[in-house]
Design a protein around this ligand. Structure first.
Ligand SMILES: *Cc1c(COP(=O)(O)O)cnc(C)c1O
Length: 466
């Protein structure tokens, strides 16, 4: 198109008001601000296309696109998705899902006044720590406990309180990075403690720690290798040995467990250390996450000696990393479930412990339903495995099954993308040239929406490629 034709085409682009008027009625109520924004965005894109030589689309198409854009804009940006990846603690998808049974309590605490920092008996100010401290200490077999915003904050607060201006001895094999920007050396620097590295990447012995201990040593720190594993010529000092060393030199010992677990779990040759065992071994301060293997809300849990925990509570940083009432309300219930012997009823643990037959039966029934909707599609049940995820139990597998959907390579990629962008987003895995659906991480109540979304998306992509 020549310059003049483009000018003429630009003049044909409808005005915002014209599109808005044509959009009246039909759709369910979307706030006017999103309608206007939707139209504005669509018209700006059309204008760009026209400048590149495209024709002006008819008004009904502009209206349809604007409606769709307004619908997307009106939705919350943080929204639920269907996790069909089989990764149970999926860091990008919100880690551990919480039990629906706990939501009424969460809502009541959040929408009304509560006992957050109030003691009903005396009618005086209380502390937010009181709600879970007893429960958590009891479960861990520790003298005292404290909860902060997340485990990164727990480690920072512990180091700042116990070791500011002094030395912390850590093995070179445990200077880990967790993801995001949590690296032990950097957190150490931020806390004001001085890192004293000992041993080698692959091996650290007890004499390495012992040689590094001076009168300026505040802490011996052990960091759980929670998101990687070392194989071959490796050795590290076990928790018990480190405790013995600490006792001998009167230096406290801290262990950052990362994904602290209260229930026994063993996958292949990997056994995750339980919080209670670490405490029983004599570790003075233990830190772990609320939303990794515990299966609760995001939080940083600290258990250990009363003296240290008291000091942590009084540290100025404690206020900056404190936990909020919504998290506390759910965390208390999660810990109560553990106390009641119902830890395995938590959604995360149901997924981990889901038996093979149940998963196979669900997968078959779902495959049959999908086959009925899309008779021509290649759908198989294949043995596969899920991951715990969230930087927990690296390299281990939870054996299971997936529904494998065979598609031509170009459709495979288009389908994975279209599912992510569907009104209810579905996150899948692509492997072996197939689209894989792992029902382990899909809740039963999500199955009908998953079926509709898959049927609609696959049918659309097949038609488009015919
Ligand atoms: C995950 C992890 C952390 C950080 O915990 P968040 O709850 O994500 O803040 C710290 N240390 C270790 C060893 C971890 O595995």
């Amino acid at each position: 198109m020549g310059g003049e034709t483009i000018q003429a085409a630009l003049r044909q682009i409808p005005a915002v008001q014209t599109v808005l008027r044509a959009m009246q009625g039909g759709e369910a109520a979307v706030a006017p601000v999103w309608m206007q924004e939707g139209v504005r965005q669509v018209l700006a894109e059309i204008r760009q296309d026209v400048l590149n030589g495209a024709p002006v689309p008819p008004l009904d198409m502009v209206v349809a696109w604007s409606r769709e854009r307004a619908r997307v804009l009106a939705e919350p940006h943080l929204k639920p998705v269907i996790n069909a990846t089989g990764v149970m603690i999926h860091t990008n998808l919100g880690r551990a899902p919480l039990p629906p049974e706990m939501m009424d309590h969460l809502s009541a605490v959040a929408t009304q006044y509560s006992t957050l920092e109030y003691r009903l008996e005396e009618g005086v100010r209380g502390s937010r720590h009181e709600h879970v401290e007893g429960l958590l200490a009891e479960l861990a077999g520790a003298e005292a406990a404290m909860v902060v915003n997340n485990n990164a904050a727990a480690v920072l607060l512990a180091l700042a309180t116990l070791a500011q201006g002094r030395d912390v001895v850590v093995s070179r094999g445990e200077l880990v990075e967790i993801g995001g920007s949590f690296r032990i050396p950097e957190v150490m620097a931020l806390s004001g403690a001085r890192l004293v590295e000992v041993g080698a990447t692959n091996k650290t012995h007890d004499y390495d720690y012992e040689r590094a201990i001076t009168e300026n040593t505040a802490l011996l720190l052990k960091v759980h290798q929670s998101n990687f594993r070392q194989i071959g010529f490796v050795d590290s000092v076990r928790t018990q040995e480190l405790v013995a060393l600490g006792r001998k030199h009167q230096v406290p010992v801290m262990e950052d467990l990362g994904s602290g677990v209260l229930l026994p779990i063993r996958l292949g040759d990997w056994e995750e250390p339980r919080v209670q065992d670490v405490v029983a071994a004599g570790v003075d301060i233990t830190t772990f996450s609320g939303d990794k293997l515990l299966g609760g809300p995001q939080a940083g849990l600290v258990v250990g000696r009363r003296e240290w925990i008291q000091r942590m509570k009084k540290h100025p940083l404690a206020r900056a990393v404190r936990v909020d009432k919504m998290t506390l309300s759910v965390l208390e219930l999660v810990l109560r479930w553990y106390r009641e012997g119902r830890g395995e009823d938590l959604p995360l643990w149901r997924m981990i412990r889901m038996d093979q037959e149940t998963l196979l039966a669900r997968s078959r029934a779902f495959r049959d339903q999908l086959s009925k909707r899309l008779p021509g599609l290649g759908l198989d049940i294949e043995p596969d495995w899920s991951e715990i995820g969230g930087g927990s139990m690296p390299g281990t597998r939870v054996e299971g099954y997936v529904i494998a959907c065979t598609l031509p390579p170009d459709q495979l990629v288009a389908c994975e993308k279209a599912l992510r962008q569907a009104p209810t987003a579905v996150i899948t895995r692509v492997n072996r040239g197939k689209l894989l659906i792992d029902l382990r991480t899909v809740f039963e109540h999500q199955e009908s929406v998953l079926l509709e979304t898959l049927a609609a998306t696959l049918a659309r992509i097949e038609t488009a490629n015919r």
